[in-house]
Design a protein around this ligand. Structure first.
Ligand code: PLP
Length: 438
């Protein structure tokens, strides 16, 4: 097969193309590789196939829609599925968050939410609020807004200064104090105070439009919020009139056993960004779920015959994506998938922590059906240990894991059962042991 033309995203292209890892089919908890092996999916694709692969109801909905109406614009036009998908999503969101702006992925969702935040303050006559606060080690996608509030050097360093007026909270990972935490780490709530004591003191609260955080920082290796941390951020934002945005691209749709991280943590943001699990990843789609108050502010600021928000994408609320979203949200409910994840999380936690003591592991952390296993780097090398384990898992153990730096991140479809959890962790344990000997 010719491999030179596809410039692969977030991939060491030349390394990959020497020995490509190829998938061609999927069903439930498994992929099938092009060499015919069944691969247990420990990552729900990319944290996104929450209901398991090729769910028949979702497949059918997409097929039916593709044959009925391929595309309809949503600029000055509408189609019923767009409104139905928005209503279903709003009914699943925390109360008061019920206005849905559709886009095509998480990156667009983040940029959309940041724009809404800036415009919202302007419309309220508070245009001095132009600053955005993100967090170190945050991943908010790859748009210029997202990389600006994001905190990953590799995603920023090649692209110039990006957005101005952005600052960052410290990330809360502290292995020295919180290693092997089960669930939320005990230490670190005071890191939320940095918002008020350092960032707002430096910039003045009246210049800050929004704070954006992932409830769990997934992409940079499963960094969990310390107990009380998100509540503290909410209190500080409330006190200073700052919007709080939760980027729930990973934590949305059952990953923590509830519809959103906001429900799990009992903290209501002003906007939720979601994507991935929204359509079970079968068709790209993202969304911003905003509070009624934010939406009303836009509506009241413009005459009825004027566009209130100059923003949107050709494919906002694409009919195929809407069909997939409606079917997916129905499947989540009908099959009790969030509850299944909640019920399985204790078993998953115990299986994850059973790896403690294996060579080179320096931390294991988990919440819901997410787990991070952090490894000691190999002497004199960068990010090679976890990658070697990932390769071993794929080629020799028939399990798909994900790595970021020297951290293994696991986020299986939420339909995983106990036997599959046992298999996932025992295969990873074998790979960790064998890698240590090599
Ligand atoms: C928290 C978070 N935000 C945003 C994104 C970007 O989403 P997408 O890749 O769909 O643009 C991701 C992707 O992993 C993510 O984890």
């Amino acid at each position: 097969m010719q491999t030179e033309h596809f410039w692969m995203p977030f991939t060491a292209n030349r390394q990959f193309k020497i020995k490509p890892r190829m998938l061609e089919r999927a069903k439930g908890m498994y992929y099938q590789s092009t060499d015919g092996r069944e691969i247990l999916d420990g990552t729900a694709g990319l944290w996104c196939v929450n209901a398991g692969h090729n769910h028949p109801k979702i497949v059918e909905a997409i097929q039916k829609q593709a044959a009925t109406m391929d595309f309809a614009p949503t600029f000055q036009m509408g189609h019923p599925l767009a409104f139905e998908a928005a209503s279903k999503l709003a009914s699943m969101a925390p109360s008061g968050l019920d206005r849905v702006f559709f886009c095509n992925d998480g990156s667009e969702g983040v940029d959309t939410a940041l724009k809404i935040a800036l415009a919202y303050h302007k419309l309220r006559g508070d245009a001095g609020r132009f600053r955005l606060i993100g967090r170190e080690r945050a991943y908010h996608g790859v748009g210029f807004g997202g990389i600006s509030v994001g905190g990953i050097a590799g995603n920023r360093k090649q692209f110039g200064p990006a957005l101005s007026g952005v600052d960052h909270l410290p990330h809360p990972l502290n292995i020295a104090k919180n290693a092997y935490s089960k669930g939320l780490p005990e230490y670190g709530v005071e890191l939320a105070d940095v918002l008020e004591q350092r960032l707002l003191a430096l910039h003045d609260a009246s210049t800050v439009a929004a704070v954006i955080v992932e409830p769990i920082q997934g992409s940079t290796g499963v960094i969990l919020p310390p107990q009380g941390y998100l509540q503290k951020l909410r209190e500080i934002c409330n006190k200073h009139g700052i919007l709080l945005i939760f980027d729930e691209v990973i934590t949305g749709f059952g990953r923590l056993g509830s519809a959103f991280g906001a429900d799990y943590f009992g903290v209501k943001p002003d906007m939720i960004v979601c994507a991935k699990g929204l359509t079970n990843a079968a068709v790209p789609m993202g969304a911003v779920i905003a509070s009624t108050e934010i939406y009303d502010t836009f509506m009241h600021a413009a005459p009825q015959d004027q566009i209130e928000f100059f923003h949107g994408y050709t494919y906002s609320a694409h009919p195929l994506a809407c069909a997939a979203a409606i079917a997916t949200l129905d499947v989540f409910k009908e099959e009790g998938i969030f509850q299944a994840a909640a019920d399985m999380s204790a078993y998953f936690e115990q299986a994850a922590h059973s790896l403690r003591g294996l060579p080179n592991i320096k931390d294991i952390r988990n919440l819901g059906l997410v787990c991070g296993i952090e490894l000691e780097p190999q002497t004199g090398k960068t990010n090679t240990r976890a990658y070697d384990i990932f390769e071993k898992c794929f080629w020799e153990k028939d399990v798909l894991i994900r790595t970021t730096g020297d951290i293994i991140a696991l986020s299986p479809p939420l339909i995983i059962n106990k036997e599959q959890i046992d298999r996932l962790f025992s295969k990873i344990a074998e790979a960790i042991r064998e890698q240590a000997l090599s």
